[in-house]
Design a protein around this ligand. Structure first.
Ligand code: ATP
Ligand code: MG
Length: 312
């Protein structure tokens, strides 16, 4: 079986139990929940029984341990997750506003995740990998960018593949150097997994069809557009497969895109048809939004099958 690896941030999320406008008064909180987009992605891959590992850095603290225990317990190779002696594991506090939007307080900028870089353990993990998944949100330092690009090149040289989920807000793309970095990753991407709006950040085209044609023309083999409650669409040269989302009550949307990608990439590498990979990935995303906590939404194959059986 092919081994999937990813690189990037690990943090915890702590959530307000009641909706409201922020954290300016004393309120009840629940957590810590393991989090970080690439961590959620790789946990989903592990839950499907695929060999996988992660390159990351956590603090020598409970928030780091809660993540390491979860990932290792679910089957992720954590040998390249190093513990920093001084920097803390990052955290994000989230409170839903009454209108359903989210208010965040982040403690991530000066956390251990920023110290992620090349180590002997990371080198070993890359040597044994068949597929690299890159998340745009993870490319926060030059060291992480260079490690991701060199891992992509080495895995390609051995006949492996690369997937890329930009996971970006448009405001981040405006920061200097970000677009160039994303273009360098795109040039190495076999399978691209943008959300609907993200697709247009990477193309001047006005329609999805034109944007897809432009990106396929740049050498990308397949594109999966994640479209929230609308489901998802798979595009490749001469192929378009659409799959509707499953109707569920949205409790917490954080992590839906990451679990979707974990399931899609795993099924794609196992040779599933695009329709089958979309069906399971949409089920993954749907289950993710029904559970509170970003990584709590990852699912095993039997959970996905039970969900699909109930929604047939
Ligand atoms: P994220 O906020 O995690 O970055 P994203 O923008 O990358 O998310 P979405 O399109 O929001 O990705 O969600 C990924 C997938 O999860 C969707 O394609 C769909 O299959 C599923 N999904 C998301 N929201 C819902 C919903 N409200 N109902 C059913 N399925 C959903
Ligand atoms: Mg996303």
């Amino acid at each position: 079986m092919k081994k999937i690896i990813t690189i990037g941030e690990i943090l915890v999320e702590i959530m307000a139990t009641e909706p409201g406008d922020g954290f300016l008064e004393a309120i009840s909180l629940v957590g810590p929940f393991p989090s970080g987009a690439p961590a959620i992605f790789i946990d989903q891959v592990a839950k499907l029984g695929q060999p996988c590992g992660m390159i990351a850095c956590v603090g020598d603290d409970d928030f780091g341990r809660v993540n390491l225990d979860r990932l290792a317990g679910d089957g992720v190779d954590t040998s390249a997750i190093v513990t920093h002696p001084e920097l803390p594991t990052g955290s994000a506090f989230v409170r839903y506003r009454p209108d359903g939007s989210r208010h965040f307080v982040f403690n991530i900028r000066h956390s251990a995740a920023g110290a992620t870089g090349a180590t002997p353990e990371a080198e070993r993990l890359i040597e044994g990998a068949d597929h690299l998944h890159v998340m745009g949100s993870s490319l926060s330092t030059p060291a992480i960018v260079e490690l991701a690009l060199s891992a992509a090149d080495r895995i390609h040289a051995r006949g492996g593949s690369v997937s890329f989920d930009p996971n970006l807000r448009p405001s981040v793309l405006a920061t200097p150097g970000t677009r160039e970095t994303m273009d360098r990753v795109l040039a190495r991407t076999d399978l691209f997994l943008p959300s609907g709006p993200e697709l247009f950040l990477f193309s001047g085209a006005a329609t999805e069809g034109d944007a897809v044609a432009e990106l396929l023309g740049r050498g990308i083999r397949a594109i999966v557009v994640k479209d929230g409650a609308e489901g998802a669409r798979f595009h490749a040269e001469g192929a378009l497969v659409s799959a509707p989302a499953y109707p569920v009550e949205e409790i917490d949307p954080t992590g839906a895109g990451d679990t979707f990608a974990g399931t899609f990439v795993t099924l794609w590498l196992r040779g599933a048809t695009p329709a089958e990979a979309l069906r399971l990935a949409n089920a993954s995303g749907a289950l993710a939004v029904t559970r509170r906590g970003p990584m709590e939404g990852t699912s095993t194959r039997s959970e996905l099958d039970a969900f699909l059986g109930a929604h047939a």
